[in-house]
Design a protein around this ligand. Structure first.
Ligand code: BYC
Ligand code: FE
Ligand code: FE
Length: 485
């Protein structure tokens, strides 16, 4: 049962749009106002390079209900209305799992779990600006105004997700929350001295194919993590994450539809040219489209980097967060068990006698593994759609996710090498096969050679299909971005 209270209405006239009654919360308002100016400096310095004065047809969140929560209009990105929006409170919500199951949810930070909560909020917050930094130069090579607009939409919303976490820090964590909020603006993706916290957020996003793979695979980790945090017994975190998830759907759509458009373009070009061997890379590339094996390599890279974001297969951090009622499982509220997991086991991928095998482990310790499994199921669904496109064109090629042990830097398989099928090999064998399994420097150069900007309204670069429908049902010629001259 959901009930909407008066405080759920969004105050849109305030300098920081919000539905948390900031106007009555002088201390937090003051802290956020101060942070806002540092934030804008960060946005101008690290946000989309070269487009700060462009008018972008953006979606802005103006409510938190299921319908009509967004409006579309031309906005200059630095003037985007980044707001603090929590999903409506659920009346009499109870903690759904762990040692406190059945107790009323917390509206304040429970003292005993303060450190754990702060760490999770900071890690979540750190990824959001990191992705903006990683994608900062992509605008210069956009395949269309439609895609350019989608990039910027993702960027402003990831930045709003930073606001969401900073609100929690400023409101609930006092002086250290303030300090962490500033730190979130001082780390930088890929910086040697002050890198972002998680591995995948220090990688480059060098081209649009990487951007689509990132939004397909890495934003989907974001979805899984947010779903788990949306189950939290700390109600402000739960409500914040629930609203973030409404925005997240579009990010994954951008990735999913982007990859499908690339695959379709490639397959059609092959059919038109009478090429039926997808592995004749030279011939396919001459058509100015991205060959399917290179797409598979990009998927291998981004999937394996994203698996690292789930942490180690066995984790006492994850067990503690669950028992504390702070971070649940994916769709915890839909799972039919005792929600405590004491005594349960979960089949967990372990390295045993030189092979990756499933071993029953205490379920509480295997929560990262379980969430990763849920992720793999969802990530796999898109590949079926990719394969359908290929099959419809009569081309014999099948996309597949690599084995979870492949190319890993975190957890059970961090120290070993495997093939994409999961067979253990030596480092020398891995280095010899690497160029077939992961994007090589030559692949990168080829993709880069295709990344020429196309900024005529309604036109698309030759390596990607136009989308099936426009944003907010706008027509094909619509000028999604008015680039300042
Ligand atoms: N890189 O016990 P473990 C998103 C560390 S994406 C570097 O397994 P735990 C988005 C770990 O910190 C979602 N270090 O850890 C997407 C620990 O260090 P300490 C972001 C790593 O806590 C696209 C040690 O290894 N949100 O929103 O069970 C665009 C032992 O590990 C990594 C969240 O992640 C790594 N990949 O699991 C924009 C949710 N993995 O403490 C945005 C919040 C592990 O021993 N985070 N380590 O020094 C969490 O729930 C957990 O912290 C993690 C790690 C799942 C990340
Ligand atoms: Fe996000
Ligand atoms: Fe996202």
């Amino acid at each position: 049962m959901q009930s909407q209270t008066a405080s759920d209405a969004v105050d849109y006239a305030a300098s920081i749009p919000n539905n948390v009654n900031l106007a009555a919360d002088r201390r937090v308002l003051k802290a956020l106002d101060r942070w806002h100016s540092t934030y804008l400096d960060w946005w101008r310095q690290m946000g989309p390079a070269g487009f700060q004065d462009a008018l972008v047809y953006l979606r802005t969140a103006v409510g938190v209900g299921k319908d009509n929560w967004a409006k579309f209009d031309y906005v200059k990105m630095p003037e985007y209305r980044w707001g603090i929006l929590l999903a409506p409170a659920v009346a009499e919500r109870k903690i759904g799992f762990g040692d406190h199951k059945g107790e009323a949810v917390w509206r304040e930070v429970p003292g005993e779990y303060r450190g754990m909560l702060r760490r999770l909020v900071v890690i979540q917050g750190d990824t959001e600006p990191a992705s903006v930094e990683q994608q900062r130069y992509l605008g210069k090579t956009a395949p269309s105004l439609y895609d350019l607009r989608n990039l910027f939409q993702v960027n402003v919303e990831e930045a709003r997700h930073l606001w969401a976490m900073v609100y929690l820090l400023q409101k609930y964590f006092g002086a250290d929350g303030r300090e962490e909020s500033n730190e979130l603006l001082s780390r930088r993706a890929g910086n040697r001295d002050k890198p972002r916290m998680l591995g995948a957020f220090n990688q480059e996003t060098p081209d649009w194919l990487s951007f689509f793979m990132f939004t397909y695979f890495t934003d989907r980790d974001g979805k899984m993590q947010l779903e788990s945090l949306a189950q939290s017994g700390f109600d402000p975190l739960s409500r914040t994450c629930r609203f973030m998830l409404t925005e997240e759907a579009h990010h994954m759509f951008v990735g999913e539809s982007g990859i499908c458009r690339v695959i379709e373009r490639t397959c059609r070009a092959m059919v038109d040219a009478g090429i039926d061997d997808p592995h004749d890379i030279g011939a396919v590339r001459k058509l100015g489209v991205i060959d399917l094996p290179t797409l598979q390599k990009k998927a291998n890279l981004h999937y394996s980097l994203s698996l690292d974001l789930f942490g180690a297969e066995l984790s006492t951090n994850a067990a503690n967060a669950f028992s504390a009622g702070i971070k649940g499982r994916y769709r915890e509220d839909k799972i039919d068990d005792d929600h405590r997991l004491t005594g349960d086991t979960y089949p967990t991928l372990r390295l045993r006698a030189g092979r990756a095998v499933l071993v029953d482990e205490p379920a509480l310790n295997a929560l990262n593994m379980r969430l990763r499994d849920d992720y793999t199921v969802e990530a796999g669904r898109g590949l079926r759609r990719w394969n359908n496109i290929v099959e419809k064109c009569g081309i014999r090629f099948i996309f597949a996710l690599p084995h979870a042990a492949f190319h890993r830097a975190i957890g059970e398989f961090a120290e070993v090498h495997t093939t994409p099928a999961g067979d253990l090999i030596s480092e020398a064998q891995f280095n010899a096969g690497r160029g077939q399994w992961l994007p090589s420097a030559q692949d990168g150069e080829f993709i880069a050679s295709l990344m020429k900007p196309q900024i005529e309204p309604g036109r698309y670069a030759g390596w990607i299909m136009p989308p099936k429908t426009g944003i907010n049902r706008m027509p094909g010629e619509f000028e999604y971005v008015k680039i300042a001259s």
